[in-house]
Design a protein around this ligand. Structure first.
Ligand code: FMN
Length: 150
């Protein structure tokens, strides 16, 4: 049996967590096994054990990760130490275009994962504050890639 699809979220006020749970429900309805976790509780090196990871990450401060996601994001900053050549991933970045560094945390996560050798399943998708439709389109694309016959 293949490893469950890992759905990770980085959040400060709950939006990314809500979308992560909606993502796992949809994937489970397609017959896929999933594991959902807050990046605050997930050591970055364990990404190397996952086959597929979906990351949903918001941006806080001025282009920073949510406070309890700082450690996870920092661990991805050194591609010499963390190799993720077996990982396929997709990033959904949450933010607000009223900020100068729009979706900065998700953008950097996406770039860092690629530098660590992971393979993008989909191009990064960036959501503004009204994220419902963009999220649904992203989720449809994820399902098309991971469960194309369902
Ligand atoms: C204090 C504060 C700072 C924020 N800073 C940024 C930012 O620098 N860039 C950005 O794109 N969005 C920023 N946002 C918008 C959030 O990323 C956005 O509201 C997101 O949906 C929050 O998701 P969460 O509930 O999962 O944390 C900020 C929001 C707040 C309240």
């Amino acid at each position: 049996m293949s490893a469950p699809v890992l759905v990770l979220y980085a959040t400060a006020s709950g939006n990314a967590e809500m979308l992560a749970h909606a993502t796992t429900e949809r994937l489970q309805s397609c017959g896929l096994a999933t594991q959902v976790a807050n990046v605050a509780d997930f050591p970055a090196p364990r990404l190397a054990e996952a086959g597929v990871a979906l990351l949903i990450a918001s941006t806080w401060g001025e282009g920073e990760p949510p406070p309890d996601a700082v450690g996870f994001c920092a661990a991805l900053a050194d591609p010499e130490r963390l190799r993720l050549d077996g990982l396929a991933y997709a990033v959904l970045a949450l933010g607000s275009s009223s900020y100068r560094d729009f979706c900065g945390c998700g953008r950097r996560l996406d770039e860092q994962l690629a530098r660590c050798g992971a393979r993008r399943l989909l191009p990064r998708v960036e959501c503004d504050t009204k994220f419902k439709a963009t999220f649904q389109t992203w989720l449809d694309q994820v399902v098309d890639v991971l469960a194309p016959r369902r």
